[in-house]
Structures are given as structure tokens and as C-alpha cells.
Design a protein around this ligand. Structure first.
Ligand code: 5AD
Ligand code: SF4
Length: 518
């Protein structure tokens, strides 16, 4: 998949780091600890799964491998949304085969969507892989590794999450967060929609929401650990809770207390059978210590006024909405089975902008969906221009085996045509981005400090509530994760320049000590 991205890159990588002040295995007691490395592809859901895998492996006594040092356990967390993912996986596995031959005891794990979809393929083409596990049993990685040590290579891929087994939900604990003050919180897994281009429903299964009380408790635990910003993750966050029945809630003893803090409307005689995403936004925003709440992604067809109201009246919820458009043509939207028209999308967008002051909006757009004509594409260009996006991910359509649209090969758009359309779309997006960033000049913005600027380490970089980067000079070091106010003095396509006004909140999370420094 050809992908251009303007906006926030996932803040998590797999930089080797451990908590310096946590008890656990050290380099000096007993035999040398085994090490692990996780290579993550794909979306934030995968990034989060990787954090969880890291947490489980560390709980099992492994340490992150240092840079350039071969790891004892290599985990490939795969994604099948991207084009060529299969070729890349088998290329990497071919290389790892020779590394493993030269390093007895090395273990290879293949996890993620591609493993879910192509379990037999992995086993057949790379029999030396020790563990193949799917998207529903990430939590079993350590057990499966130890089972494979005893009884040889194994594959465990479940076809669906098992209802009521909450352990199936990725939890932020005991994940190893690469950035200590930010956390992903998975509120829902799977997806009940059936967009014709999308492989997610078949690899992630039916939509299941994590119970409300458990989510609030998870955010409370994160906040106690010094996390100040959480991003709520789901394939279709607005439909959060659709599957939560009254019965489940009644079983969840702690739940009713949390419901009580869910905000006005919850107990107002309406007695809804399930919590809404809006309730979750309010409850998470109310957790002591949480200063910023983000979420991704809402589906335009399900973006209801109550969500907008909750965004507007919960000060912690940031003024940023990622609202995937996919196409601006009604006939393409209908072929995609998106459940909205271009007008409906724009109406939702107008409502969101009217309801939430100073809202930044980003999107996903697919170019060259089967059957997309020049007129369809021009409708996308026109909508993108009207929407005045702050950023967009743009993708060239890539057929995913097993999806509806993959069978429409007679309607596939020529690749060169799609590439040329992508360039035209990017020009439109860049125009609105440039304006939206320039509009910030002269304002005072709150930023969360990320660390030294990558291009000019004498400056610091911070992220605004709208999810925009600001580079600014500082008279002294400021701890990452702290908050400050900045006067914006200049702007570029996807960044701003500014002057520090004042530090408003010092970070309190625990410090991590790089392994190499121990
Ligand atoms: N081809 C191109 N883009 C895709 N996306 C999902 N599936 C495909 C595909 N087959 C894009 C959509 C979605 C984003 C996460 O990835 O825009 O919103
Ligand atoms: Fe895929 Fe559509 Fe579900 Fe998003 S809403 S995960 S695009 S099927």
C-alpha cells in the first residue's frame, strides 16, 4: 500500500529501555538474561499489541536486546492491511532463518493480522518459526513460547475472541510503554462493519467492547503510574458498548460506580442499556491526573451529537477528530459500503466543527478504489478542499485477498493513474494544511514536551492539543512529558515554530534507564 501521512506518527517504537526503578531481573544476578526484539508493522492496534507482548516477555524474565545485538527471541508483529506484507514477511523470515542457524536457541514468533490470516502459509513456508499466534491470543505469547520449547514449533490462532474472556483485551498493563507518559487504551476489538476494501473484520473478528468499569480502572492505574495522556483505540469507537449487555454490566460489580461518574444523562431516567462512547470520554477525562484524552477512529456514519457534546464539555478531550473519509464520491462510497454519502459526511463534519471550538480534523482517503472514475476522483478532490483538513493519510487502493473488492479485478484502476491522482490529492491536502498551520501563528498553545527536536537538538519539540508539532528554544532542559505554553511564531507544512512562555506542569512518570547505561 502506498501511504503518505501528514500528522502524528505513532509515538511508540521498540527502543530498548527498561524501568530503572522496578525490581526484576538484572544483568548481575545469575545467568545472563535472554533478550527479545519486536518488529512491529501496521496500525496503532498492532503497536499496542507489541507493547503488551513486550510487557509479557519482560514479566517472563526477558530483557530488550540492545541496539545492534541479536535477540534471543524475535517477534514479528505483522499487518496485512499493507501491500506486499506477505513478501516482506517471508523475506524477513528467510533472513532470520540464517541468523537462527548461526545462533542456537534463538526463537522466532510471528504474530498479528498476517499470522491470523495466513497461519498455514507461515507454517509451511517457514517451518523453523517457533510460535505462530493470532490477533485474539496475544496475551498467551510467553506460555506459547515455553510450550514450544518443550514440544516443538506450534501454531495457535483462534478464529474469534471468546465472549466474556476479558483477558483477550489488550490491556495497558503490564505493557512496556516506550513513552512513559502516553498510553494506548484499547476500548474495543474487532469490527462489525463490512467495508468492501478492508481485511480487518476477517482478521480481528466481531466487535467486542471492553467493559466500562475495567477501562476506567485501567486509566486510573495508568494515571497513578504518571501517564497524563491516553488514546482510546478501536476500529469504530463510536459504536463502543453496542455489544455490552445489561447482563454483563450487572455481573461487573465495580461497574455501577463508574457508571455514576459517566456524566449527566447516564442516570437521568433514560436508563440506557449500555454506556455510550460519550460516557467513556467523560469518565476517562475525569480520572485524576489525566490531562489529555485522544481517540481513534470514529466512523462517520456513527458520529452522533452526544459524542460531539462530550468532546466539547470534557476539557481533557483534545480538539482533534480523525474522521476517515475514504472517498468523496457517492457511488464509490456506496460500492465501499461505507454507509454515508459525501453530503452526510460534510454535515457531520460541520456539526463537529460547530460543536467543538478550534477543532483540527484529519482523515484517511483511498485513491483508485475499483471502478473509481476521473469524475469520482474529482468529487474526492472537491470534498477534501471543502473539508479543509489539518492532515490526511492517503492510500492507493490495494486488493486484500478475501475482501469483497479484491474480486472486482475488471474494475481495478491503472496504477499509474492512481499515482497521478494521489499527487493531485496531496497538493489539495497540502494547501489546506499549510493554511491551518499558518492560522496558529500568534496564538498561545499548550504543548506536551516530547524531547529534543530531531532536526535541531538545541530546540525542544512539543505537541499541541490539536496534535500539531511545535519546535521551540528553551533556556534549559524540560523533562519529556511536561506541559508548557508556547507562543507560535512561525509555521511550515506540518510543524510550527514557537517561543516558550512557561512550563505549566512537570512530568511525574518514572524514569527509564537505557539498558546500555546500566
Ligand atoms: N487499500 C488501501 N487502503 C486501505 N485501507 C484499509 N484497507 C485498505 C486497502 N485495501 C486504509 C483505509 C483505512 C486505513 C486504516 O487504511 O483508509 O481507514
Ligand atoms: Fe475496516 Fe470499515 Fe471496520 Fe474500519 S469500519 S475497520 S475500514 S471494515
Amino acid at each position: 500500500m502506498c501511504r503518505a501521512y501528514y500528522g502524528r506518527h505513532g509515538p511508540f517504537g521498540c527502543a530498548p529501555a527498561i524501568f530503572g526503578d522496578e525490581s526484576g531481573p538484572s544483568f548481575y544476578d545469575g545467568p545472563v538474561a535472554r533478550t527479545y526484539e519486536i518488529r512491529t508493522h501496521g496500525c496503532q492496534m498492532n503497536e499496542h499489541d507489541s507493547e503488551r507482548i513486550a510487557g509479557l516477555l519482560e514479566a517472563d524474565g526477558l530483557l530488550p536486546a540492545g541496539p545492534g545485538t541479536p535477540a534471543d527471541v524475535v517477534v514479528l508483529n505483522t499487518c496485512c492491511i499493507r501491500e506486499n506484507a506477505d513478501n516482506k514477511l517471508y523475506g524477513t523470515l528467510g533472513h532470520l532463518k540464517s541468523v537462527k542457524a548461526a545462533q542456537p536457541g534463538m526463537e522466532i514468533v510471528v504474530a498479528g493480522c498476517l499470522a491470523q490470516k495466513d497461519r498455514d502459509g507461515v507454517r509451511e513456508r517457514a517451518p523453523y518459526v517457533d510460535v505462530v499466534l493470532g490477533t485474539h491470543n496475544v496475551g498467551r505469547v510467553a506460555e506459547l513460547l515455553s510450550e514450544s520449547r518443550r514440544s516443538g514449533p506450534l501454531t495457535e490462532v483462534l478464529d474469534a475472541a471468546v465472549i466474556d474472556d476479558h483477558a483477550l483485551f489488550p490491556t495497558a498493563l503490564p505493557a512496556v510503554r516506550d513513552v512513559a507518559y502516553l498510553a494506548w487504551v484499547t476500548i474495543q476489538i474487532g469490527c462489525d462493519n463490512s467495508c468492501a476494501f478492508c481485511i480487518v473484520p476477517s482478521v480481528r473478528g466481531e466487535e467486542m467492547s471492553k467493559p466500562f468499569g475495567e477501562l476506567v480502572a485501567e486509566v486510573e492505574a495508568l494515571a497513578a503510574d504518571g501517564v497524563t495522556e491516553v488514546t482510546l483505540l478501536g476500529q469504530n469507537v463510536n459504536s463502543y458498548g453496542r455489544d455490552l449487555t445489561l447482563a454483563m454490566r450487572a455481573d461487573d460489580a465495580g461497574h455501577h460506580d463508574h457508571v455514576a461518574v459517566a456524566g449527566p444523562g447516564w442516570n437521568s431516567g433514560e436508563r440506557r442499556a449500555r454506556p455510550l462512547f460519550a460516557d467513556l470520554l467523560r469518565a476517562v477525562g475525569a480520572v485524576d491526573g489525566i490531562r489529555r484524552v485522544r481517540f481513534t477512529s470514529p466512523h462517520p456514519k456513527d458520529l452522533r451529537p452526544d459524542t460531539i457534546l462530550a468532546m466539547a464539555d470534557t476539557p481533557e478531550v483534545c480538539e482533534h477528530l480523525h474522521l476517515p473519509l475514504q472517498s468523496g464520491s457517492d457511488s464509490v462510497l456506496s460500492a465501499m459500503r461505507r454507509g454515508y454519502t459525501a453530503d452526510r459526511y460534510l454535515e457531520r463534519l460541520r456539526d463537529a466543527r460547530a460543536g467543538v471550538a478550534d477543532l483540527a480534523v484529519t482523515t484517511d482517503i483511498i485513491i483508485g478504489f475499483p471502478g473509481e472514475t476521473e469524475a469520482d476522483f474529482e468529487a474526492t478532490l472537491a470534498l477534501a478542499a471543502e473539508a479543509e483538513y489539518d492532515g490526511a493519510y492517503t492510500f492507493i487502493y490495494s486488493p486484500r485477498t478475501g475482501t469483497e473488492a479484491a474480486a472486482w479485478s475488471d474494475k481495478f484502476v491503472d496504477h499509474a493513474v492512481a499515482v497521478a491522482r494521489m499527487d493531485r490529492l496531496r497538493a489539495v491536502i497540502e494547501r489546506s494544511m499549510t493554511r491551518r498551520y499558518a492560522d496558529r501563528v500568534g496564538r498561545i498553545e499548550e504543548v506536551q514536551i516530547e524531547g529534543p527536536s530531531k532536526k535541531d537538538p538545541s530546540r525542544l519539540t512539543g505537541r499541541t492539543r490539536q496534535n500539531k508539532l511545535v519546535h521551540f528554544a528553551s533556556r534549559g532542559p524540560i523533562r519529556s512529558g511536561s506541559y508548557a505554553t508556547i507562543e507560535v511564531t512561525g509555521s511550515g507544512l506540518s510543524h510550527m515554530l514557537g517561543e516558550l512562555v512557561e512550563v505549566t506542569h512537570q512530568a511525574t512518570h518514572r524514569t527509564r534507564i537505557p539498558v546500555s547505561a546500566i
